[in-house]
Design a protein around this ligand. Structure first.
Ligand code: GDP
Length: 529
């Protein structure tokens, strides 16, 4: 493909994910976004999400319907002249490393906030992750059909807690029963809200110009109030600035209701206009690979078990960084130094698993993985390098895992190492004894591991509590210092699934003391694959 044609494909792509606290409306927005992608006639079929169920049963459901969870992981749809890739972040009540790593595969994020609740903890944690790469953030204040908090106060909270400047692009006219619509500050238009339009694209009802006397007819006394408020808002907030947005320092803010399908299109307009085209990614030898750098390249950010667990078939999700994927092409897997032919990658056009013939930078493709692909793997068209920046996070929860049948120790270790390669959990083997410690970022993952060990590796295991507060990957400039440290601190050291040395701390105080006592040792909270 000539470079100009590739550039055209690249320019069309927008790849983003939604970050939010549970119940803020991520699923509902996803449905409406797809509705606007005009691929679903009636929104409401994205997830078989049953309300009121515990997260665990949600996961078990997902387990049974693995196919569904795979297809909803990535959704591609056209919007205006763009082709949008929306990557789902796992929705259960629990943190998972998948969520974090998914954020390494996108170029921007939509932050959804419940307008009645404001900034909540999950959002804070996820924003911290987007900060690692200064990902541009678009904000949607949701549930305007309910009584929300004072919009200026909401913006103030975002600025204060999340430390990002807000530039309102739309401004709400009332909320709850009195929600009339929004004023678009850039287009100078009032866009009216109509109830009962949740399942279809709203007819657009617009009045141009804040000074338009038609507004007085339609809004009555609200019209004058709105004019005064907009005056105030303009004075009190930032104007949209594309450079600051791309640097992750300023977020355009939209108001609306996902349930009422109002405002989602304004947000999508902004996404398509302002969000970055597929961005470059850095390599471990310090280079930047651009979407149009000659040659194909991509990295694996997520691995998910496929529909048929008996076959151990897994889908590895690859974010394409440069070049073009074509069906049947050969790729070079740089970790193994091996060439592989990719005959049947999956694509995700509007949720259907389809076999793609081609894909471009910014796109996600699914590769069938029979155990040879790991999270963090780089594929190229022959060059030897590795993309950096796909992190492992230090787990926050630990349990000792023990077999019911001690003869299956080898199977257990194999299962745990494979599950940790997948990034589901981390496994630690202390240097000083034969324990096996499982570490996870969220508590749900412990259940997942036992379940999968049983169904996929045929081993029955149980957990025991263990006195571990946190873990850190350790390294040192000097081999000698590391050896010395290893001798002195053996009791607290372990190897992870990839044989990396880790410090296992029983308490935070212990960790802090160790950091003080061994100034030549680096203790890291994240480890790159
Ligand atoms: P998620 O957990 O972030 O995926 O949130 P959901 O999309 O499942 O939404 C959580 C709940 O909030 C559901 O009952 C939705 O119907 C409801 N919800 C989502 N958006 C809106 C909205 O704009 N207005 C109202 N009133 N409810 C909403």
């Amino acid at each position: 493909m000539p470079n100009s044609a590739l550039q055209k494909e690249v320019a069309k792509r927008r790849t983003f994910a939604i970050i939010s606290h549970p119940d803020a409306g991520k699923t509902t927005i996803t449905e409406k976004v797809l509705l606007h992608g005009q691929k679903l006639l009636k929104a409401g079929t994205v997830k078989g999400k049953k309300s009121g169920q515990h997260a665990k049963s949600d996961w078990m459901e997902m387990e049974k319907e693995r196919g569904i969870s795979v297809t909803t992981s990535v959704m591609q749809f056209p919007y205006q002249n763009a082709l949008v890739n929306l990557l789902d972040t796992p929705g259960h009540e629990d943190f998972s490393e998948d969520t974090y790593r998914t954020l390494t595969a996108v170029d921007s994020c939509l932050m959804v906030i419940d307008g009645a609740k404001g900034v909540e903890d999950r959002t804070i944690k996820l924003m911290e992750v987007t900060r690692l790469r200064d990902t541009p953030i678009i904000t949607f204040m949701n549930k305007l059909d309910r009584d929300i908090r004072d919009p200026l106060e909401l913006l103030d909270e975002v600025e204060r807690i999340l430390n990002i400047m807000c530039a309102p692009v739309t401004w709400p006219i009332g909320s709850g029963k009195n929600f009339k619509g929004v004023y678009h500050l850039i287009r100078d238009q009032v866009i009216f809200y109509k109830t009962g339009q949740g399942h279809r694209i709203q007819e657009i009802d617009v009045v141009d110009g804040l000074d338009n006397p038609v507004l007085d007819q339609r809004l009555g006394e609200y019209a004058q109030e709105l004019r005064e408020q907009i005056e105030l808002v303009k004075g009190a907030s930032n104007e949209f600035d594309s450079e600051l947005f791309l640097a992750g320092e300023l977020t355009p803010v939209y108001f609306g209701t996902a349930l009422g399908n109002f405002g989602v299109d304004h947000m999508l307009d902004g996404l398509v206009e302002w969000a970055p085209r597929p961005l470059s990614r850095e390599t471990d030898d310090g280079r930047k690979i651009d979407a149009t750098t000659p040659g194909f390249s991509g990295f694996i950010f997520k691995i998910q078990a496929n529909m048929d667990p008996r076959h151990r078939d897994r889908v590895a999700f690859m974010r394409i960084v440069s070049g073009q994927y074509q069906q049947g092409m050969k790729m070079y897997q740089t970790r193994l130094g091996k060439e592989v032919r990719i005959a049947d990658a999956l694509t995700f056009l509007a949720g259907d698993r389809e076999h793609v013939e081609e894909a471009f930078p910014g796109d996600i493709i699914g590769l069938h993985n029979h155990g040879t692909i790991q999270i963090g793997d780089t594929f190229t068209s022959g060059e030897q390098f590795k993309f950096s920046g796909i992190p492992n996070f230090a787990p926050e929860l630990f349990r000792r895992i023990r077999l019911k049948d001690p003869l299956k120790q080898k199977q257990l270790l194999k299962g745990l190492v494979q599950l940790s390669e997948e990034g589901a959990v981390q496994v630690f083997r202390p240097l000083a004894n034969n324990d096996l410690i499982v570490g996870a970022v969220g508590v749900l993952q412990f259940d997942v591991v036992v379940h999968r060990l049983r169904s996929e590796y045929n081993v029955d295991a149980v957990y025991e509590n263990i006195n571990v507060a946190t873990a850190r990957w350790v390294s040192a400039e000097s081999e000698r210092k590391l050896d010395e440290f290893q001798r002195k601190a053996t009791a607290n050291l372990a190897l992870d699934g990839g044989d990396n040395l880790t410090y296992i701390a029983p308490t935070m105080v212990n960790l802090n003391l160790a950091i003080e006592r061994y100034p030549d040792i680096t203790f890291s909270h994240t480890r790159e694959h």
